[in-house]
Design a protein around this ligand. Sequence first.
Ligand SMILES: [Zn+2]
Length: 108
Amino acid sequence: MKLGVIDYIDCAHFLPGHDKCGSLHGHTYKIEVVIEGEKKEGMIMDFSELKRSIKEGLSFFDHKTLNDLLPYPSVENICESIKTKLSEYISFPFTLRVWEGHGKWVEM
Ligand SMILES: [Zn+2]
């Protein structure tokens, strides 16, 4: 079974040398996490526990300038970095989808 939650972070970034994205600007990133596991006593995992874990992991990115954390904070690299961080907090296999504004996302 799969179970998903959504959270949001606000971040600033710029892509060095990029025509459109080369100047400092911000996005609200929608973060979708879908874990996969078996039910135990009716649940895979308590929603509130999962949300709390994700919020804690995302606090490393929220309201930060992503260029301070990553040399080239493309949404692909951001997704990879968030996946690594959240892996410390989530004990299930999970899929992560990071939306950069509306209509654009990366998943891994
Ligand atoms: Zn951007």
